[in-house]
Design a binder for this molecule. Structure first.
Ligand code: 5AD
Ligand code: FES
Length: 350
């Protein structure tokens, strides 16, 4: 058994590809057999990124959302959540704090909030770029028209995060209401790419109804898209959603997938996510040891954080940005890596 796993890992390391059945075996690799997979992923990671860990300042600027995804705590149908959105000045204040703390990328993330016009978003983006020309602005605000994405790009945003969530149409329909489609989601990603954005896609591990075939399809779609960033984290139920009683995603599967992703996409920017840190006290450290190379501390004002709950028990809710970065700096160091003050661009070759 062990030798068979080793052979598959070696093949993945050498060719960046394996068969569907081999992928399935590695996704469910038992903990006792996982060491060679972690080692290979770390070796690859070091070739491209050394011991560097990039940080992204996450600014959750709005929890209004027109969508009703069944898994998400800020879905439109959740009437119990208190809604907020930040003003441009509040967002710039977050960037100011972040810049002092050595962040050189700001990620503006929010629900699909119709109260910001395209011009509003462009104005916010260009104001950040003007104040911090040495920083990258990443947007993560959902599905828009190609024209709107182009306007964001022209305003100075160069990166966009839009998880595809699942590449299997039936599964997509199990996670989302009829008003949303996988086809449109994928089209958005292709549009973003063609405009010139550095694009991030990704999915939850263990979302309700997800099978091993779904995960294989996710990896195959990612191979087609060849994104610069891949965001994955365990599904975690939120009490005020239709999936309140579904089980959370598995830590081991998430770690195995991080390692597989590192080996399939050696260059990729791979965050060790807050969701991973939520299901295990050292989840983010384990994520780094599995091949992740990015962490995304929260720069949102502390008083609004509790309202941006996509899932239950989210960590770092009461901590100032300065506390988070200090805490993360130590955690990163404990597993042999170091946070760097860097814009953190993708390194497509060694
Ligand atoms: N558990 C884990 N991740 C979630 N997301 C949304 N809801 C949840 C949840 N309950 C993820 C989605 C989305 C990203 C911003 O957060 O994948 O794309
Ligand atoms: Fe808006 Fe899920 S309801 S992203």
């Amino acid at each position: 058994m062990t030798n068979m796993f080793k052979d598959i890992i070696q093949k993945l390391y050498e060719t960046q590809n394996i068969t569907d059945d081999e992928i399935k075996l590695l996704i469910d690799l038992p903990e006792s057999e996982a060491a060679p997979l972690r080692e290979a992923a770390l070796k690859r990671r070091r070739e491209y990124y050394g011991n560097d860990v990039f940080i992204r300042g996450l600014i959750e600027f709005s929890n209004y959302c027109k969508n009703n995804c069944y898994y998400c705590g800020i879905r439109a149908g959740n009437t119990q959540v208190e809604r907020y959105h930040l003003t441009k000045d509040q967002i710039l204040q977050c960037c100011d704090t972040g810049y002092t703390l050595s962040f050189r990328t700001f990620v503006l993330q929010g629900g699909e909030d119709l109260s910001y016009s395209d011009d509003d978003i462009c104005d916010i983006v260009s104001s950040i770029k003007k104040a911090y020309p040495d920083c990258a602005v990443t947007l993560s605000i959902g599905e828009k028209s190609k024209e709107t994405y182009q306007a964001y790009f022209d305003a100075g945003a160069t990166r966009y995060l839009l998880r595809h969530e699942t590449a299997t149409p039936d599964h997509y329909a199990h996670l989302h209401p009829e008003s949303m489609s996988l086809e449109n989601r994928k089209q958005c990603l292709w549009n973003l790419k063609s405009i010139g954005f550095q694009v991030g896609a990704g999915f939850m591990v263990g979302s309700p109804g997800q099978t091993l075939d779904c995960l294989v399809a996710d990896l195959r779609f990612l191979q087609e898209l060849s994104p610069d960033m891949i965001g994955i984290g365990p599904f975690i139920p939120h009490a005020q959603t239709p999936f309140a009683h579904e089980p959370q995603g598995s830590l081991l599967r998430t770690l195995n997938l991080l390692s597989i992703l590192r080996l399939m996409f050696p260059y990729v920017l791979l965050p060790s996510t807050t969701a991973l840190g939520t299901i295990d006290p050292i989840g983010r450290e384990l994520g780094l040891e599995a091949g992740a190379n990015v962490v995304m501390p929260n720069l949102s004002p502390v008083d609004v954080r509790k309202f941006y709950a996509l899932y239950d028990n989210k960590i770092c809710m009461g901590d100032e940005a300065a506390q988070c970065i200090r805490c993360l700096g130590m955690r990163v160091k404990c597993v042999g890596f170091r946070i760097v003050e860097d814009i953190g661009n993708v390194r497509r070759s060694v």
